[in-house]
Ligand binder design. Structure first.
Ligand code: ZN
Ligand code: ZN
Length: 372
C-alpha cells in the first residue's frame, strides 16, 4: 500500500509498504478518508521542532554520545516515519471481539493509542496508557512508542478498536471531523471543563504556534456562550477568530501590559512572552492552560504574580479519548464549525506538497470514496 513518509524537514515522500493485518481479535483495519494536519506536524515539516537526522543521531549516539536531550526525549523527530495522526476513516475489517463498529462504518480515530482498561485509562489518563509503550500514537514512528503507522496510508491498524474508534457524528462531514482526533479535543480541554463550572465566563486566547488549537479554543468557548478575546498578529488567524465571534487584540511585536480581567486564559502561542501575557491576564483564582510546546531549555513564568493572585496553570498532552467523548455533544451546535478554522482542503494526491502550506489547518480528503 502507499504511505506518506516523513524523511526530514522539508521532505515528505510516498512509499510502498506492506499492508497492516489484524493482530488481535480486538483490532480493526480502517481506511483513512479525511486527514488533518496537526499543529505539531507543521512545526516538524518546517524544522521548527527539535530534529536530528537518523545519520546524525547514529553518529552522535555511538561515536560521541552527544545527543541533545529535549523536552520530549532524545532526538525526537527523526525520519523516516509514516506521517499524519488526525483522521476520519472507514472501517474495513474487525476482529471477532470488536462490538462497537463494523465494516463500512465511518469513525473518528483517536490519535493516541490507549487500551481503555488499565488503571491510567480508567482514571482518564489515556495519554499514559500502561498497556502500550510511553507516548504511543500514530504518525511519529519511534517517538510514538513504536511504529503504529500513519494516517496518510491506505490502511491503518487500530488496536483496542472498541475504545479507540468513535462513530462519526451525523452532524459532521469527514473533513470537519478529522481534527476531532487531536487538535479539537486539545482546544476543548483549555476552556470546556472551566466553562462548565463557570458558565459565560470571559476567556482570553493567546494565539500563535499552536495555530489551530487556539482557534478551536475560541470556537468552543463561543459555542458554550462565553465572550472571547483573541490575541495574535497573524492576519489569517485574526480573520478566522473574528468570524468565530471573538474580539481581537492585534499584537505585532511585544505584548501590551495585560489587563487582569479573565478567569480563564489559554496560551497557544508556544512562546514564553505569550505564556507570560496569558498568566498575567488572570483574575484572582483564575486558570491558564497551555497547549504549546516550548522548545527552549528553560521557560520563564511570572511565579511571584501568580502567587499573589492565587492562580493555577496546567500543561501537558491532552487525554484525547475522554475529552473527545465529553465534547461530542457540542458538534450539533450551530457555532461548532471546524470548517471555519480549515483554511485549505486538498486531494489525497497533493498531500506531500499541500501539507507545507502556511495557515492554521489543512485537511486532505481521499477523493472518490464519497461517490455512490
Ligand atoms: Zn497532534
Ligand atoms: Zn490503558
Amino acid at each position: 500500500m502507499r504511505q506518506l513518509t516523513f524523511l526530514r524537514p522539508g521532505k515528505l515522500e510516498w512509499r510502498d509498504v506492506p499492508e497492516p493485518r489484524l493482530e488481535s481479535d480486538g483490532d480493526a483495519l480502517v481506511e483513512p478518508i479525511a486527514v488533518a494536519r496537526c499543529d505539531l506536524d507543521l512545526a516538524i515539516l518546517k524544522g521548527e521542532a527539535p530534529f536530528r537526522s537518523k545519520l546524525l543521531h547514529s553518529i552522535r549516539n555511538h561515536a560521541f554520545g552527544l545527543i541533545r536531550n529535549t523536552a520530549l526525549g532524545k532526538a525526537p523527530f527523526r525520519g523516516p516515519y509514516p506521517f499524519g495522526h488526525e483522521f476520519v476513516a472507514e472501517v474495513k475489517s474487525v476482529g471477532d471481539r470488536v462490538r462497537s463498529v463494523k465494516p463500512g462504518d465511518r469513525v473518528i480515530v483517536a490519535f493516541q493509542i490507549a487500551c481503555g482498561s488499565c488503571n491510567n485509562c480508567k482514571a482518564g489518563l489515556t495519554n499514559s496508557c500502561t498497556s502500550v509503550p510511553p507516548r504511543s500514537m500514530y504518525g511519529f514512528g519511534d517517538l510514538g512508542g513504536k511504529n503504529w503507522g500513519g494516517a496518510f496510508s491506505d490502511l491503518v491498524r487500530v488496536p483496542f478498536a472498541d475504545f479507540m474508534l468513535v462513530p462519526l457524528p451525523t452532524s459532521m462531514s469527514p473533513a470537519d471531523a478529522a481534527s476531532m482526533s487531536d487538535n479539537i479535543p486539545d482546544g476543548y480541554r483549555t476552556v470546556g471543563p472551566f466553562l462548565k463550572k463557570n458558565p459565560g465566563a470571559p476567556v482570553l486566547v493567546v494565539g500563535g504556534g499552536a495555530k489551530s488549537v487556539g482557534l478551536y479554543s475560541v470556537m468552543i468557548a463561543k459555542t458554550m456562550g462565553s465572550p472571547v478575546t483573541y490575541v495574535d498578529g497573524d492576519p489569517t488567524r485574526i480573520r478566522i477568530a473574528s468570524e468565530l465571534g471573538a474580539e481581537i487584540l492585534n499584537v505585532v511585536g511585544s505584548y501590551p501590559e495585560p489587563e487582569t480581567k479573565y478567569p480563564i486564559t489559554v496560551d497557544a502561542s508556544a512562546h514564553s512572552d505569550g505564556l507570560s501575557f496569558a498568566l498575567r491576564s488572570l483574575l484572582p483564582g483564575g486558570h491558564c492552560t497551555s497547549v504549546g510546546i516550548y522548545y527552549t531549555k528553560k521557560t520563564p513564568i511570572p511565579l511571584l504574580e501568580m502567587y499573589g493572585r492565587g492562580v493555577s496553570f496546567s500543561t501537558g498532552r491532552v487525554n484525547v479519548q475522554p475529552t473527545l467523548h465529553e465534547l461530542l455533544h457540542l458538534s450539533e451546535h450551530p457555532h461548532f464549525c471546524p470548517c471555519k478554522v480549515t483554511h485549505k482542503t486538498a486531494a489525497w494526491e497533493n498531500a506531500a506538497e499541500v501539507l507545507f502550506d502556511d495557515g492554521p489547518k489543512v485537511v486532505v480528503e481521499r477523493r472518490g470514496v464519497f461517490v455512490l
